[in-house]
Design a protein around this ligand. Structure first.
Ligand SMILES: C[S@@+](CC[C@H](N)C(=O)[O-])C[C@H]1O[C@@H](n2cnc3c(N)ncnc32)[C@H](O)[C@@H]1O
Length: 273
């Protein structure tokens, strides 16, 4: 068994078609699914390339593939993009295969593989998370993904993160896909947003309150009496009335046509910044 809650069996009714698809694909690929949350099915080369390209992986990145299968994503990230990475995989045979594949590719110093439950893995070092799991496994992971460093990119093959809409999505033709009408795969990217919800004040805008509500990367707010909408890209704020960035506990925000303000949550009765 894995560390997944026992109430979550791999083929619960509402995503049984998805799970069945993966199980059948696993069978077709000659794999024997273990008692894991997600069966072993590989992302095809066009999809792995799209995932890493969409995450803009580079030499400074640390990529964690959750359920790394034969290691292909972490190995490609190391070989083609010079990144470091970790694959966590519950099936020890696949971990051994991944290590052998990394050795063949000459990337053992940058691509590490662990026989480990993804739900028991520390994700905090990641700058990029990749996954090809199942819909409600993604949903169980979502709170931990949202808690990662703002700016961390998450890319997923085929399955989304529920009502956390992706920042970017493409459909990749996969002619070799044996099931499904579309012969294609979805690749989606999210960037972990900073937490900015609250009431902010600035000495430079004395008497004006900046109030923000946040739903994942979408924000709605008021600056004084002016309502506005915007988005977060990690720590960067873009809105219909100006732009800014979160720096630690201060929000540097420049309303259009006004002076830059250093906004803080503390002391909105008596602005301190
Ligand atoms: C659909 S495959 C994806 C493989 C690879 N990431 C790719 O895209 O080619 C999912 C993998 O997750 C592994 N897995 C399932 N449950 C897991 C768990 N709780 N912890 C770690 N790996 C798990 C499976 O053994 C399988 O290899």
């Amino acid at each position: 068994m894995t560390g997944i809650p026992s109430t979550l069996s791999p083929c619960r009714p509402w995503y049984r078609p998805a799970c069945a698809t993966l199980v059948v694909l696993a069978g077709a690929a000659g794999a024997t699914p273990l008692d894991t949350d997600v069966p072993f099915v590989t992302s095809p080369p066009a999809v792995t390339a799209a995932m890493l390209s969409m995450a803009r992986v580079g030499p400074r990145d640390y990529v964690i593939d959750l359920g790394s299968g034969d290691g292909r994503i972490v190995i490609l990230a190391a070989k083609q993009y010079g990144a470091r990475g970790l694959g966590v995989e519950i099936d020890p045979r696949l971990v051994a295969e991944s290590r052998a594949n990394a050795a063949k590719a000459g990337v053992t110093s940058r691509a590490t593989f662990r026989d480990q439950d993804l739900f028991k893995t520390d994700l905090t070092r990641a700058t990029v998370i990749t996954m090809y799991l199942l819909p409600d496994v993604n949903l169980l992971l979502r709170p931990r993904l949202l808690a990662l460093k703002p700016g961390t990119r998450i890319v997923s093959h085929d399955w989304d993160l529920g009502d956390w809409a992706p920042d970017e999505e493409v459909t990749i033709p996969v002619p070799e896909k044996t099931l499904g009408a579309t012969k294609s795969s979805r690749v989606m990217r999210w960037t972990v947003p900073a937490k900015v919800e609250g009431v902010w004040c600035s000495k430079a805008h004395r008497g004006t309150v900046l109030s923000l509500r946040q739903h994942y990367q979408r924000i709605e707010g008021t600056l004084g009496q002016t309502a506005f909408e915007g988005t977060l890209d990690g720590t960067q704020v873009r809105s219909s009335i100006g732009a800014g960035r979160l720096e630690g506990d201060r929000l540097v925000f420049v309303p259009e046509g006004a002076a830059q303000g250093i906004w803080r949550k503390q002391g909105c009765g008596t602005p301190t910044a």
